[in-house]
Design a protein around this ligand. Sequence first.
Ligand code: AMP
Ligand code: ZN
Length: 459
Amino acid sequence: MTLMLYDTYERRLRPFVPLVPGHAGLYACGPTVYDYAHIGNLRTYLFGDTLRRVLALNGFAVEHVVNITDVGHLSSDADLGEDKMEKGSRRTGRSAWDIAAYYTAAFQRDLARLGILAPAVWARATDHIPEQIAFIADIERKGFTYRTEDGIYFDTTRLERYGHLARLDIAGLRAGHRVDLGGKRAPTDFALWKFSGDARRQMEWDSPWGRGFPGWHIECSAMSTRYLGALFDIHIGGEDHVPVHHANEIAQHEACHGHPPARYWLHGAFLRLADSDKMSKSDGSFLRLDSLVERGFDPLAYRYLALGAHYRSKLVFSWEALEAAQTALGRLRRAYFALPAGGTPDAAYRQRMLDELNEDLNTPRALALAWEVLKSGLPGAVQKATLRWLDEALGLGLDAWVPGVHALPAAVQALVDARQRARVEKRWQDADALRAGIEAAGFSVRDTPGGPVAEPLAR
Ligand code: AMP
Ligand code: ZN
């Protein structure tokens, strides 16, 4: 079966046909690096990674580009409010440049711990200011801009199909709008370039229009064009990007090129917490990957949890669900480890797995097939090879797992190290107290000739 993907632009499943046979250009909107990524953000990147892996399994060479938003994302979608980076700088007392570097590294570390493959290109907005200025100049030449007191704006009224991606009710939006537009002519118009004005900014550049900084949407248009061309295969992001960010990327592109930048638009549904409606970076109320690790969870248990829901379905996070995912992953790992090597994948199962994945990335059903293989009665080595093949798409790292060797939460590792020091120094009471601390954190510790081995207590 060919790979079928649900295209938000056309609101239907479409067979994936690339522009260049055997290749797939994939652009993913990256994080705004003013704070840590939360597990909702990470769900969106797990979806992107699944897509990339399934494309590869279908034989496509994937050119994956992810941007880093380190300037221009304002605290309100209406182009009002403050740049999130400058706000993050005030919150932390560090420079906007420092926090961008710090949270970018933290984000990349989270992705690695989740088994998410690094893209071919990480594109930072602040490294591509000339490209953004050139793109805005092109939009201006085509007659789609106007100037206000605080910036250069895109005139959405000039595009007949503005908002088509989100099926926005433009007439209703425009008619019903009564609040102050801050100098904009229409509520859907958006900033391409904002002037620094009297504000003291850490990140600002000269431009043909005056000193300032780019709007949020132009970075993705400029960088996707730079790395993937004016028309590429697939553009992805979280579902919140549909009505504003991607609508505006499409508008910018249509103004310059007469068509949207990508041929397929895929969007991941949100994760939310069981006891709240949302999870928001901007109000600080969120769980990050380290919050899970601190409670003794393996990052890949979160990956397993995410794979258990289709990417277009809302996922409600709860500790109970994560616990169940960790238990299931532990069983799967142990079963896989115990199987003998040396087989080849079972052709029938492989086909069924590929069919599920090709049905718009149906990971829950592919995961169910992994369990079915373990009960299939096929020779052990064939089971193992089949699961290994599937894991190319699931990314659970089954082949790398060895019993007893897994990353410990940092706090537990510190206790294990301190206990080892106490033992070497023959402070036995301290060593016993530290063991109690390790157990209270949910881990057991054994002393082996190779050093202490700590493992999660049976759950
Ligand atoms: P941001 O750092 O806010 O620019 O968001 C990074 C990515 O995470 C974007 O693709 C968003 O669509 C996505 N995202 C934000 N919140 C959630 C959530 N609760 N669940 C899933 N994805 C999200
Ligand atoms: Zn984007």
